[in-house]
Design a protein around this ligand. Sequence first.
Ligand SMILES: [Zn+2]
Length: 240
Amino acid sequence: MKKTRTFLALSLLCASLIGAPAFANDHAHAGGNEKAQIHALLKNIVNDNRGFVKHHKPGYFKSLVKGQTPRATVVTCSDSRVHTHALDRTPDGDLFMVRNIGNQLATAEGSVEYGVRHLNTPVLMVIGHSSCGAVKAVMGGYEGIEPAIKKELDTLSVPGKDAKNDQEVMDSVAANVNRQVEAALAKFAPEVKDSRLAVVGAVYDFRNDYKKGNGKLVVINLNGETDQAKIKQSGLFAGK
Ligand SMILES: [Zn+2]
């Protein structure tokens, strides 16, 4: 039983972290053996960057060379399905991104603090997401996993136990976001008190579990307020 749970947890985590959807571009999957696959993939990256350079004139980078004044510090999961273009059309120089498994403060506290206290971003956003492998791993148990990964899962705590129950997974994703917001509010209490910082918790819902549209960024917590009606009343997140 214990072994099965461990295997399940590993499968869930691996499927999410390094599994099939890791590289969404079809051409990355070309090639018969692993070596050819890696070659194709690297070629793909180099080509994509070549296109990026071609479409962005040197002037585009001028302001970036001077320094950064991002609008938000954003803590998201490392999951390959979660990316900046889902929440910002021009993320360059705009979002101070902190990524780790399970979108945690505990495993990246220094990076988050740098964004808030040195870059003085007025917003700290914690974003969880549909089908989070790290959350599922914690729900199912992760005995036997590599020590470094275990260390980063040990700081996650979620209420759900059944990783195959979609509703329980989503509830756990939301609970984790709320827990991270709570930790951020405690850590950055002076900034929040002076209205220099807003701490926002959200879920990137690409599965459409909230029934607000696939890919919707659903705000579930605003400075500790989790009542949807009150969050809407703030006027900041109007709409469906
Ligand atoms: Zn995740």
